[in-house]
Design a protein around this ligand. Structure first.
Ligand code: ZN
Length: 441
């Protein structure tokens, strides 16, 4: 799509525009036509994807966590027929089911393309979907992702868990899956910093954290990511350093800390990481939605737990991005974006909800702080057969449709002019995120 065609589309659309100063609760009967016109326009806008986990299914660095046994929401189960449409659109999949024999065709087709395209394989997927840039939230970046197209957000939770995690593991089977992975990542980071064991004092531990942040920043990292909601409350207290130092002194060599002692230590480290990210011009990404696993605590993961940190003027120079828009507290989450340094992204929401419902979320958000909301896919490999590729497709399609539907209603209700609607579409799909991360250059 050329810039010329994009501008032709928009001028035809704007020609019919008029601004009625009075918004009305009922549309003007033109929603379906507005939807179709807007959708055609929206498909041409290059996308900036704020959050995803691109990679091949056999790549362990795709995420810092693994899936515990649990009940997946209906739409992201492997038998969702929309995923057949995704495989057809991306790979010319000739079948209408994923029987083992048919699925093998898809696995072999992807392997063939991987051989032919090498490190350009995922660039081709982005090209097909008109994604210009995508943030890859991964443990490490592999050689097969093009660093010009994929920016890196690295994980920071492991620094919160340097002590004996027996008590956390004992809680439920989810933590039995998660904790060993956090411990493994911390060992990897110690190695990265040239250390064999934990430093002897909290001062040494803080220096180690800073060193890893600096190394990852130098290696192209643009954000740190917390998935702390899977392990603890998102409410972070503000204990003095002496309290954290006492806990470190006592437990870094062994022994199981009492829950309150461990939590206070983590609160201190979290804030240290947030300050470090601000200083190094790294955005702070935080998982703020329901998560996988049947033991995920909605209460602990509620985005409102972060309010004391997000509205703290000491962190004015830190850019926070609330990943997944707080679902199911998405209506509350948008109000936190009042702060100039707080943004939200819609990743995961667009995969969990069908466009008819996601449309309502976007309509609400874009009516309040449209300049603070960004598209995100949360693309990840579903299985050995269905990959991040199909997830990108589903997320992009859902978001474009929900966006067109939300804006069609708002224009029809005379809440927005057509011109405003086009500007907001660009902002959500591309410009808001491009500006946010561009400011870090
Ligand atoms: Zn994610």
């Amino acid at each position: 799509m050329t810039a010329q065609r994009l501008s032709l589309l928009s001028s035809a659309f704007l020609f019919a525009s008029f601004l009625n100063a009075q918004s009305t609760p009922y549309g003007s009967g033109d929603v379906p036509q507005l939807y179709e016109t807007l959708l055609q326009y929206i498909k041409q806008i290059p996308i900036f994807d704020d959050h995803g986990h691109p990679g091949f299914p056999d790549d362990p660095d795709v995420d810092a966590m693994a899936s515990p046994p649990g009940t997946l929401p209906l739409r992201i189960r492997a038998d969702n027929p929309e995923l057949i449409a995704a495989s057809k659109a991306l790979f010319g999949y000739p079948y209408s089911d994923f029987s083992p024999a048919h699925a093998r065709w898809l696995v072999e087709r992807k392997a063939q393309l991987k051989r032919e395209q090498g490190n350009r394989y995922f660039d081709h997927i982005l090209d097909k979907l008109n994604i210009e840039t995508a943030i890859a939230n991964r443990v490490a970046m592999p050689g097969y992702l093009d660093r010009k197209r994929f920016l890196w957000a690295f994980f920071a939770d492991s620094f919160l868990f340097p002590f004996d995690n027996t008590n956390i593991r004992k809680r439920n089977i989810d933590e039995q899956v998660y904790m060993p992975l956090q411990e493994k990542l911390l060992r990897r980071e110690l190695q990265q910093a040239g250390l064999q064991t934990l430093p002897a004092s909290l001062d040494g531990y803080l220096k180690f954290i800073t060193k890893v942040l600096e190394l990852d920043r130098a290696n192209g990292g643009i954000a740190i990511k917390f998935e702390a909601a899977y392990f603890r409350s998102l409410h972070f207290g503000d204990p003095p350093q002496a309290e954290a130092a006492a806990a470190y002194e006592r437990y870094h060599g062994g022994g199981v800390p009492a829950p309150a002692e461990y939590t206070a230590f983590q609160d201190f480290i979290f804030r240290y990481l947030v300050r470090g990210a601000g200083r190094l011009h790294l955005a702070v990404h935080i998982h703020t939605a329901v998560g996988i696993g049947d033991f995920f605590s909605l209460h602990n993961g509620n985005v409102l737990n972060l309010e004391n940190v997000l509205r703290d003027p000491r962190y004015d120079s830190v850019t926070f991005v609330l990943l997944h828009g707080g679902l199911p507290y998405d209506r509350q989450a948008i109000w936190l974006a009042a702060r100039k340094n707080v943004y939200i992204d819609s990743s995961l929401t667009d995969l969990y909800l069908y466009p008819s419902e996601f449309k309502n979320t976007l309509k609400y958000w874009l009516s309040i702080y449209p300049e603070k909301v960004s598209f995100g896919s949360d693309a990840f490999p579903f299985s050995d057969v269905l990959g991040a590729e199909e997830a990108y497709w589903l997320s992009v399609k859902s978001s474009r449709e929900a966006l067109a539907a939300a804006l069609a209603e708002l224009v029809s209700e005379h809440a927005f002019s057509r011109e405003q609607a086009l500007k907001i579409a660009h902002g959500y799909l591309h410009d808001n995120a491009a500006k946010l991360y561009g400011d870090f250059d």
